[in-house]
Design a protein around this ligand. Sequence first.
Ligand code: PGA
Length: 229
Amino acid sequence: MTKLMAGNWKMFKGPTETYAFFDAFEAPDGVDVIICPPFVSLEDAVGEEWPIYAQNVHWAAEGAFTGEISAQMLVELGVQGALVGHSERRQYFGETDETVRQRAEAALAAGLGVIACVGELEGEREAGETEAVLRRQVEVLPVHDRLVIAYEPVWAIGTGKTATPDLAQEAHAFIKSLHDTRVLYGGSVKPENAADLLAQPDIDGALVGGASLDPASFSSLCRIAASLS
Ligand code: PGA
C-alpha cells in the first residue's frame, strides 16, 4: 500500500518561509504527501501540488468562538483536511476525546480529510495503561474512508526518543484491531530511523514534526517511504 507522509509544521513558517520550503521540496511518485502549515500560511500553500491540511478545525460552522476556524472556512480556502487531537492540543489547550470526536465529525461532514492523533503519556505506558488509553482515544473516532489515525506516543514527540519499530508495530496492530484505517507513526521520525519504522507491516506512513521543516530532510523521508511502498 502507498505510504502517507504528513509534515506537521506546528507553529513554524509564515508565508515567506512557506514559499521557500516549496521551492526546495521534492517528492517522488509512489508516496502520498500532506503538509500541515499554520493557519496564516494555508492560503499560500494550497497553490502547491500537495494536499494541504490545517492543524486544527472547530466543530461549529460559524459562531462566537474567538480564535477558532471552521471546516467550511478551510474548504473555501482550498484546504483538503485537518489534524485533530494532536497531543500538544490535548496537553496545552484542553482538548478532550469528546472535542476531538466533534472536530473530526465536523471536518468529515464538510468533505475534509482528517488525521486524528492518539497516543499515551510516558507515565501511562509505565503504568501498563497504553492499550486502555488508546482504546479510549480511538473508540470515539468516526470510521470513515477520509479519516486516518496517527499514533504518536507523547514521550517520543520532539524528544529524540523514538519508539522501537517493534513497540510501534504492536501499538499500530492494536489500533487497527479497533479501527480499520491507515495508521501513521509519529514521534521523532527522521531520515535515520524512518526505514525501520516504515518497514513494519502496520505502519502505513508517518506524521513528522521537526524533520518536516527542512525541505531536504522531508524530501529524503518521502523518498524512503516511496521505496518501501
Ligand atoms: P516530531 O513531532 O517529529 O518533532 O517528534 C511529531 C508530531 O508532533 O507530530
